[in-house]
Ligand binder design. Structure first.
Ligand SMILES: CSC[C@H]1O[C@H](OP(=O)(O)O)[C@H](O)[C@@H]1O
Ligand code: ADE
Length: 303
């Protein structure tokens, strides 16, 4: 019997859906009981307040990744505060909405890719909640939640959206766009899309035992395509505004499905820390353990 249903005897999960809005998505429509709230974390302040509400009766929490008005660039995002704030708010599932460049002819602007892999080439970022005093190594073999990915694909196809399931998202540091040599290198690696934000976001979501999936929304062909101008912010924003309407329709469609009471995630995202800690209890740093109260409390506080 699937561990995905409450009847399997595993603890029933009442999902709370986190939505991380990328470039062009700084608010979310249709939420009832909307309320912006400040959520403080031991890692500092998230990009902005979090927007709490309900959609079709499902509890949702929206975070504008770059802050409302887009004041924060990818390298300066406080990814640990963002993920901790969502965890601290009870979020069990995250849908990341991200603007990307396409590295494949068959993925034109306006296309949505439900990615299933990453190559992380970011470097100037704090990438883990763990550190000296509490060491942990989580699996990132499958860095995105296939359970959420199935629902995203099903609802996107139901809406008639141009969507591809599967693909690799190349995470670059930025903030400058890629050189042509870099863009063609990523294409030679078989990557599908390129962006600047989904790492360490996905790694931190895994450490926080939150199921995480990305809708990569193509806004441009980066700078490799001979028949298209190289990417500019104006081009991204222009396409993102049309993508945003489809993104809102997709969100409205998936939340009722993702919000249904369920068992544990069949992919194990919500038990990622089960066998990941390696530091002996008597060598763990109390100050770090205090900071891990939300993201790792399940494994650190059990008898
Ligand atoms: C404005 S183009 C570059 C910018 O857009 C993407 O942001 P997000 O992933 O939050 O949608 C990309 O990662 C860059 O941050
Ligand atoms: N071409 C591109 N490179 C990096 N991030 C992007 N976001 C949107 N388009 C992008």
């Amino acid at each position: 019997m699937s561990t995905n249903s409450p009847s399997s005897g595993t603890p029933a999960v009442e999902p709370v859906i986190g939505l991380i809005g990328g470039s062009g998505l700084y608010d979310i429509d249709g939420l009832e009981d909307k309320e912006w709230r400040t959520v403080e974390t031991p890692w500092g302040m998230p990009s902005d307040q979090l927007l709490f509400g309900r959609l079709a009766g499902v509890r949702c929490v929206f975070l504008p990744r770059h802050g409302r008005g887009h004041p924060i660039p990818p390298s300066r995002l406080n990814y640990r505060a963002n993920i901790d704030a969502l965890k601290r708010s009870g979020v069990t599932d995250i849908v990341s909405l991200s603007a990307v460049g396409s590295l494949k002819e068959e993925l034109p602007p306006g296309h949505f890719v439900i990615i299933d892999q990453f190559i992380d080439r970011s470097f100037a970022r704090e990438k883990s909640f763990f550190d000296t005093g509490c060491v942990a190594h989580v699996s990132m073999a499958d860095p995105l939640c296939p359970r959420i990915g199935d629902t995203l694909e099903d609802k996107a196809r139901g809406l008639g959206l141009d969507v591809t399931r599967g693909g690799t998202y190349l995470v670059m540091e930025g903030p400058q766009f890629s050189t042509r040599a870099e863009s063609n290198l990523y294409r030679s690696w078989g990557c599908s899309v390129v962006g600047m934000t989904n790492m360490p976001e996905a790694k931190l979501a895994r450490e926080a035992e939150i199921c995480y999936a990305t809708v990569a929304m193509v806004t441009d062909y980066d700078c490799w395509h001979p028949d298209h101008d190289s990417v500019t912010v104006d081009a991204v924003v222009k396409v993102m505004q049309s993508n945003a309407d489809r993104a809102r329709a997709l969100v409205a469609s998936v939340i009722p499905a993702l919000g249904q009471p369920r068992g544990l995630c069949r992919a194990g995202c919500d038990r990622a820390l089960e066998h990941a800690l390696i530091t002996a209890p008597d060598r763990r740093d109390p100050a770090l353990l205090a900071k891990l109260d939300a993201v790792a409390g399940r494994v650190l506080n059990r008898a």
